[in-house]
Design a protein around this ligand. Structure first.
Ligand code: SF4
Length: 268
């Protein structure tokens, strides 16, 4: 069976005319789509039939981020099925009733059943489901310290901070720059609290995405030719209560959620 190591293997067979007859803007875009299994080689009318005959049986083994995320969630659910939810509730200071452990996420009730299912009125994306299940599985239930730290301050954070900035702080800053209702939503819908004068920001809001995992978002508007800034802070107990990867995933999940809210409100 045909295998390609990457889109470039496919690109080499195309004529590089970027003619668009495959409904992709460039040959490279087409090669990428074929590699991911989103297009078939014979969607390019310029490929010779013998090439299609030789390589047309290619089936993508590319795994999407969503597939990876779903696999990770399944793994966490399997782990939940093996723990005693009542003891987990005790460890975390959470409620336990009728086989369900219930915690508050962003001011809303979120219940987890013994098979790891999440029951809630809010939309829980893949990136948020991971931190919720991780909190229940591995959270130590340590009391919040009230000391704020950045992702970079965490053990190993310096190395992964550029990715955190790329996936969390920068896109959330873009949302804040363009969607004026963002902070009002955080206060009204997600039970956020204003924290005055922290880090000289124009606005600082504390949210509780998980009971013992507060985060603070500080935003300063652009002034003259100075760009706006947005920083996310965690409580210094974050690694005890959610783990390093959980902190990253939480930042990314919240960012995605606020991006979707902003898109919905702007009608795009
Ligand atoms: S139809 Fe073929 S040659 Fe044209 S842009 Fe698509 S891949 Fe490239």
């Amino acid at each position: 069976m045909t295998q390609f190591n990457g889109p470039i293997d496919i690109l080499k067979m195309l004529d590089s005319s970027n003619c668009g007859k495959c409904h992709k803007p460039t040959c490279l875009a087409f090669a990428g789509a074929v590699f991911k299994g989103q297009s078939k080689l014979d969607d390019c009318p310029k490929l010779e039939s013998d090439v299609i005959e030789k390589y047309g049986d290619y089936t993508s083994s590319h795994i999407s981020a969503d597939q990876l995320g779903n696999a990770a969630i399944d793994h966490l659910k399997n782990r939940i099925a093996q723990i005693d939810l009542a003891s987990a509730a005790q460890r975390l200071g959470a409620d336990y009733e009728d086989g369900k452990l219930t915690i508050k996420c962003l001011g809303k009730d979120v219940s987890i059943t013994q098979d790891g299912s999440i029951i809630t009125e809010i939309h829980v994306n893949l990136w948020m489901a991971g931190p919720i299940l991780t909190y229940i599985l591995d959270g130590k239930g340590v009391e919040v310290s009230g000391k704020w730290v950045t992702f970079r301050d965490l053990d190993g954070g310096e190395y992964k901070y550029p990715l955190f900035e790329q996936r969390c702080e920068k896109p959330l800053k873009r949302v804040a720059d363009t969607y004026t209702g963002l902070f009002e939503d955080m206060l009204q819908i997600f039970n956020g609290k204003k924290v005055d004068y922290h880090y000289f920001a124009d606005i600082s809001i504390m949210l509780h995405p998980l009971p013992k995992v507060p985060i603070m978002i500080c935003y300063s508007k652009p002034v003259d030719d100075l760009e706006s800034t947005l920083s996310i802070f965690f409580d210094s107990t974050i690694v005890d209560n959610l783990g390093f990867d959980g902190a990253f995933s939480l930042g990314a999940g919240l960012t995605l959620m606020f991006e979707k809210i902003a898109l919905r409100h702007s009608g795009r």
